[in-house]
Design a protein around this ligand. Structure first.
Ligand code: SF4
Length: 386
């Protein structure tokens, strides 16, 4: 519908207008601002990928209390890193963060690197994140291009096409580079982020308050909402699984997931594709015999590329062979399991069990909705594990 035809050029006073706006209306008191310590900035930038500021703040505070520097993070047990990340989603970010801390210790004697190519060589850090860290920590003059900035530039310069396409992304990088001011790069970077997060939002852009309105091409065209072009629609497949809530004397069994892939390295509930195999599966894998599994209310969890339909099965353990316990399995009290490094839907299922076990609750009736009750499956957050 729209074609980008203008050559790459600097929009007059783009940066100056943005900086003046930011001075009065930008965000200045976020927990990761007011420092030039690369480690703190880096942790914030990784947490802020795919996650909103308000959700990040409590995680950021807890994470830095436990891991105040690169050396502490590098030497911590992965379980603890994942536990403090649990609920933020995209767990590969946490695994990469720790791996990168270990590489900084090995390659850079524990000092976060300054050169953009060294920063970008660390796991989990792409071009835009490297530029943001370097801008905030060292004042390095380099453009960023996160989702918010893509939206601002696509609208301001009426760049047609889905930003996930290489051709469109390259043009946005060129435009981002062309607008960079000679100085105040840290403030400018924050201003771009803030404009996209607070004024030039996806659903309700507040153009009347925008410092870029006088030169915004999408606004002049009267087509702000048409930029950026949305991702081409694609059907999202559904995968189904059974999760086993193996309970025994107030304890539940958790199993460690493989180090990579979905929920990599987290603790989770045992899974099973075929529910009719529950007895045999529990006997051979966990050394226990169980009563007839009781289906509970299902749960749906959304990932970027598929939807996971979870059918929980409550399995009361009748007999356990202690010698059959394997590494990568642990029995924990419900409270401990609920606080462990577990994925969001598993936490929801354990939360239901906890509520059901409260003294005033009627066990296994009201709080734990059974599969044959009228309750609808709840939706999980739209998060993906990259
Ligand atoms: S004028 Fe509107 S669409 Fe253009 S950059 Fe500002 S907020 Fe975004």
């Amino acid at each position: 519908m729209f074609r980008s035809v203008s050559p790459i050029k600097n929009s007059p006073n783009f940066a100056a207008r943005l900086l003046a706006w930011h001075q009065r209306h930008g965000r200045h008191d976020l927990p990761w601002q007011g420092t030039r310590e690369a480690y703190r900035i880096w942790v914030a930038e990784i947490m802020l990928q795919q996650t909103q500021v308000a959700a990040v703040i409590p995680y950021y505070t807890r994470f830095l209390e436990r891991f105040p520097d690169i050396a502490t993070l590098a030497g911590a047990p992965q379980d603890e890193v994942l536990r403090l990340w649990s609920g933020l989603g995209y767990y590969s970010r946490a695994r990469n963060l720790q791996r990168a801390a270990q590489l900084v210790a090995e390659r850079h004697r524990g000092v976060f690197p300054r050169a953009l190519e060294d920063i970008e060589a660390l796991p989990g850090i792409g071009r835009s994140t490297a530029a943001a860290i370097a801008a905030f920590a060292y004042g390095t003059r380099a453009p960023i291009l996160d989702g918010n900035v893509k939206r601002v530039l696509a609208r301001h310069f009426a760049v047609a096409g889905f930003p996930g396409e290489k051709r469109v992304e390259n043009r946005l990088w060129q435009l981002a580079e062309a607008q960079l001011p000679a100085r105040a790069i840290g403030r400018y970077t924050q201003a771009m982020m803030d404009l996209g997060a607070t004024l030039c939002t996806r659903a309700k852009p507040r153009c009347a308050e925008c410092p870029l309105a006088q030169s915004c091409q999408a606004l002049a065209l009267g087509h702000v909402r048409d930029f950026p072009t949305t991702r081409p629609a694609k059907a999202v497949p559904t995968r189904a699984t059974h999760m086993l809530l193996l309970v025994r004397g107030g304890e539940v069994l958790l199993e460690k997931r493989p180090p990579s892939g979905i929920w990599g390295g987290l603790w989770s509930l045992p899974e099973l594709a075929d529910a009719t195999r529950a007895h045999a599966h529990c006997r051979s894998n966990y050394g226990c015999s169980i009563a007839a599994p009781q289906p509970l209310a299902p749960l749906a969890h959304g990932f970027t590329h598929f939807k996971l339909q979870i059918q929980p099965l409550l399995c009361q353990v009748e007999k356990l062979t202690p010698a059959a316990r394997e590494p990568g399995q642990m029995w924990l009290s419900l409270e401990e399991a609920h606080g462990a490094a577990i994925p969001v839907p598993v936490r929801k299922l354990l939360g239901r069990l906890l509520v059901a076990c409260e003294p005033e609750a009627t066990p296994r009736t009201a709080p734990i909705a059974h599969a044959n009750s009228a309750s609808k499956p709840s939706s999980g957050s739209k998060r993906s594990l990259r």
